[in-house]
Design a protein around this ligand. Sequence first.
Ligand SMILES: [Zn+2]
Length: 227
Amino acid sequence: MRSIRNDEQDIEYRQGRRALASHDPTRALRLLRSAVDACPASDRTELSHRLYWLSIALRRLGKDGLAIKALASAQRLTPRGRARDMYERVANGYGMPRAACTEHDDYRAFCSIQIRRYLEGVPDRRFENQHEIDAVLTMIADAWLKLGTAMALATSSCDEKLRVFKNAGIEYPALRERRETRQGAVIPADFVRGKALQPDDRCTCGSGLPYRMCCGRVRLPYEYERG
Ligand SMILES: [Zn+2]
């Protein structure tokens, strides 16, 4: 496997780790990102290591959302490695960066789901300006407060809470022209067992984690912007 990677990229990987050791996460991030890009996808173990170190650089720079994204990919590649240990430490039950308390974890998951849903319905899938962001966030916060009863009925399992979050549809007034919603929405399915995948089901990628924490994790809205 070693021969597929070129030496220059191996040097960047080593330099990236050295930059981390000498407390230069900005330089480390640049080097490690390029080392990850250069690693062939077939070299799973090596790619997992590089993503792991990339996630550490991202965390040091306060980019927790992107760090989780890198860790989630790393732990899927090597389910029994240190990437998995780290992922389980920093991710909450929704597969998002762990917040200070459960309520905060819940609200962030709810907010992320609702923002994504809103953006799916607008032409370019982006907010046009700050006014639009403010209006949408206010409506989401209102909906969260109204959810109080439903939340009290749900047990503490993330699986049940996710069901409540996803069922809570918010009627957004026409802030601007909307396109057809729910078009091309993909329902995650376990084709082997022939049914829709539930959040608590083992993920089909083989990671051994529940779907909600793995491939079905709740992504932060800005994770989509980088593509
Ligand atoms: Zn998965």
